[in-house]
Design a protein around this ligand. Structure first.
Ligand SMILES: Nc1ncnc2c1ncn2[C@@H]1O[C@H](COP(=O)(O)OP(=O)(O)OP(=O)(O)O)[C@@H](O)[C@H]1O
Length: 258
């Protein structure tokens, strides 16, 4: 596994050729191993951008490239090995056990319909441990809580050993302890990560770079210190945002007013 450089080159998207764009051209370059947070109000275009990155939507113009290669020029199987995605609502068979769902993440690495190898099984077991779900391995997915399901889907993405991991609101459903664990995990991963996040304080803590969107347009892209400035956040969310430095932790913290 190696982290990949992500290059989004003026990629935009609209529902049809003649419809107004819901995502105007986005330009960014993310270094291998970095964490990008995509933030913005409801309807700002975050999920649309993620869909372009995990090859669900083809850009109307522009391109998305991994290590310089346009993702639409790769065979689907190669793209699936390179990019893993964790969505809020993912189609999963609720009757499957947790272990078999996590094991499905190994599929792009298996030729044809071959069975799991001992290495596949080791990778699955270590992901179950890492996400604190080993004790749930034999349970049916449908019997899990929202937070447990979220951790199963992250484990499934990790066993895929992607170069780029895309996460849609990864901490949604999680209690504080598991939120912190996911945040630490994201920071430790040896892969490039793109995550949509609603919590700006969390985004500032975990991300190397932020893309701030408003009404489908880029308001700012760059390090959190620069992009998550009071005026830019206030503009993007239509509120009054104020960033204060908390002592003694020396961490910035946003408060908001209508
Ligand atoms: N297939 C589509 N056809 C028409 N409009 C769409 C389509 N997909 C998204 N949109 C519109 O594009 C805008 C951006 O949607 P998107 O889901 O990317 O926003 P978001 O930032 O992820 O929002 P949220 O925080 O509410 O999840 C929304 O107004 C949405 O209704």
């Amino acid at each position: 596994m190696r982290a990949a450089e992500l290059h989004i080159d003026e990629a935009c998207w609209s529902p049809s050729r003649h419809a107004a764009p819901v995502l105007h051209p986005v330009q960014l370059r993310l270094a291998a191993g970095s964490v990008l947070g995509v933030v913005g109000a409801n309807g700002a275009g975050k999920s649309t951008l993620l869909r372009l990155i995990y090859r669900y939507y083809r850009p109307r113009s522009g391109r998305v490239a991994i290590d310089g290669v346009d993702i639409w020029s790769m065979p689907a199987r190669i793209a699936a090995r390179n990019v893993a995605v964790v969505l809020q609502e993912q189609a999963v068979d609720f009757a499957f056990t947790v272990r078999s769902i996590v094991d499905l993440g190994r599929t792009p690495h298996r030729p044809g319909f071959s069975f799991s190898t001992p290495r596949d099984r080791d990778i699955v077991e270590s992901a179950l441990e890492r996400l604190d779900i080993a004790h749930l391995a034999a349970r049916r997915f449908g019997s899990l809580s929202g937070g447990e399901r979220q951790r199963v889907m992250v484990a499934r993405a990790l066993v895929q050993e992607p170069a780029l991991l895309v996460l849609d609101e990864p901490t949604n459903h999680l209690d504080i302890r598991h939120q912190l664990e996911i945040i630490n995990l994201i920071r430790d991963l040896d892969m490039t990560v793109v995550a949509s996040l609603h919590d700006l304080n969390m985004a500032a803590l975990v991300c190397d770079d932020i893309l701030l969107l408003s009404k489908g347009k880029t308001v700012g892209v760059g390090p959190p210190d620069r992009v998550l400035a009071d005026d830019m956040v206030s503009l993007a969310f239509g509120i009054r945002a104020r960033r204060e430095r908390l002592m003694p932790s020396n961490i910035d913290h946003f408060t908001y007013q209508l």
